[in-house]
Design a protein around this ligand. Structure first.
Ligand code: UDP
Length: 478
């Protein structure tokens, strides 16, 4: 598909794979807020739009400074944003939009460029040298933004002019690189925050470290500089407007998605339990994700302690898996949750598991009676959608995107606040009514179908097209 001159050292031989956005059935139907973008946005339509000179991007420079799409999510700096970028990039490639993802090299010997999925064209990962490979905390990365930007500019300079049509930056650190790159290349900047310092600081767990003022300043600058902002939810759009003075018309709401090919009930709970070595009749409340105060796994352990106190006989058939690794402010004391489990007298029922690949994680979801997410803040909460798609209901704090990911009373239960007693009460509903998990789990599968990544990519491509259109119109009138 490429009209470009061959690229020296480029690893691709042809254009992106042409697949279709499969919007019906299990692959995900359009969710309400993105429906406007999905109608008629198949790959041929995009190509036709391009052929008649409409503003449709051919190639996106996607920026992910602080974490690589090739890293294992569920620990450290790798989480939902990594999954988001991987899934979005693949589905944009399916639409005929090439994606190149720039990320900081964090180990020696990495190739400068690598296909995201070997053998599948359309998404390239570019490793940029900026600072030492190891020992540089996320908090220190602002010192390396200049070096990173230099690497991005160099990569672009070896291509023909106009190589990238659009810059899409993820998280505020990338936003700063994107700000300069987009301006130098004369293309629009689309930015997705993923999380915002002001929002996180307003809902900190007790004793958690607040985000620094420098981040707030950086985020405010990006909101001003970006041509378009993509928010996960209406609530996030409002936060951009009220906390960061974003112009509302710049903000598009696109709910994230779930990979419905990977996350589905498969052969069910009992078979998944057999694969994981869990008893078929156990009560299994699962925590999955990065272990940090913000996600409040401690609230689940405290709730479990309450439930066990009320009914000691439950101990024989209770398993509480905690799947994931330390992250963020949780890195300072990675042993804290283990110690808490011991203090609460529940260490014998808690099963700590290091982060696992998503195919394996799907089995943990299937095996669980219920996923528990007592998070203080959550820009969306992909694990909720993933568990639901696997047929497992969710008990979640009513924060951030969780009230969208979880339909209260239908696909799970929403809990206001973070009182362990409230989570214990929610757990009791599942313990006392064993059919509840099956009933809500069935509805959860249905609820999750509305969130396929194909719809996310189609809506995002529409945001790109609008940004390009406005940018070109403004340039024509300048
Ligand atoms: N995850 C994973 N392996 C693990 C734990 C989590 O691959 O052991 C993935 C999970 O599938 C999800 C992501 O990490 O897609 C976490 O995203 P979420 O939005 O729930 O949280 P975030 O990390 O963005 O705070």
């Amino acid at each position: 598909m490429s009209q470009d001159a061959p690229r020296p050292g480029g690893s691709r031989t042809g254009g992106p794979r042409l697949g279709g956005p499969r919007l019906g059935g299990r692959r995900g139907r359009a969710h309400g807020t993105v429906a406007w973008a999905v109608a008629g946005a198949g790959p041929l339509t995009w190509r036709r739009r391009r052929a008649v000179g409409a503003a449709v991007p051919r190639r996106v420079a996607m920026l992910s400074v602080h974490t690589s799409p090739l890293h294992q999510p569920g620990t450290g700096d790798a989480g939902g944003m990594n999954v988001y970028i991987v899934e979005l990039a693949k589905r944009l490639a399916d639409l005929g939009i090439e994606v190149e993802i720039f990320t900081r090299a964090t180990t020696g010997g990495l190739p400068p460029t690598v296909e995201l999925t070997p053998g599948a064209e359309g998404v390239l990962v570019r490793h940029i040298d900026a600072g030492p490979y190891e020992g540089l905390a996320k908090e220190d990365l602002p010192t390396q933004l200049c070096a990173f930007t230099h690497g991005v500019m160099q990569a672009e300079a070896s291509q023909r002019p106009g190589y990238y049509d659009i810059v899409h930056s993820h998280y505020w650190l990338s936003g700063h690189v994107g700000w300069l790159a987009a301006q130098r290349w004369g293309v629009p900047l689309v930015h997705t925050m993923h999380t915002m310092a002001k929002v996180k600081n307003a809902a900190l767990a007790k004793g958690d470290t607040p985000e620094p003022a420098a981040r707030v300043i950086g985020e405010t600058q990006i909101v001003e500089a970006a041509d378009r902002l993509i928010a996960n939810t209406e609530e996030e759009a409002d936060q951009l407007v009220h906390h960061y003075a974003a112009a509302r018309e710049k903000v598009a709401v696109v709910h994230p998605g779930v990979n419905l090919d990977r996350f589905h009930p498969a052969d069910g709970r009992v078979a998944a339990r057999a694969r994981l070595g869990l008893p078929p009749d156990a009560f299994v409340p699962l925590f999955a994700g990065r272990i940090q105060p913000l996600k409040a796994p401690d609230v689940l352990l405290r709730a479990v302690a309450i439930v066990l106190n009320e009914d000691p006989s439950l101990r024989e058939r209770l398993v509480v898996p905690v799947v994931g690794g330390p992250s963020g402010s949780g890195l300072a004391k990675p042993e804290r949750l283990h110690k808490l489990a011991a203090q609460l007298g529940v260490a014998d029922v808690v099963r700590f598991q290091p982060p696992v690949e998503q195919d394996r994680l799907a089995d943990w979801y299937r095996a669980a009676t219920v996923l528990v997410m007592p998070s203080y803040s959550e820009s969306f909460g992909l694990v909720a959608l993933e568990a639901e798609a696997c047929g497992t209901p969710v008990i979640a704090a009513a924060v951030g995107g969780l009230p969208i990911a979880v339909k209260d009373g239908v696909s799970g239960l929403l809990v206001p606040g973070h009182e362990p007693a409230d989570y214990a009460r929610a757990l009791r509903h599942f313990i006392d009514g064993p059919r509840l998990a099956d009933r809500l789990g069935t509805a959860a599968v249905d609820h999750a179908q509305a969130f396929g990544w194909e719809a996310v990519a189609a809506a995002t491509a529409e945001v790109y097209a609008r940004a390009l259109h406005d940018h070109r119109r403004l340039a024509a009138h300048a």
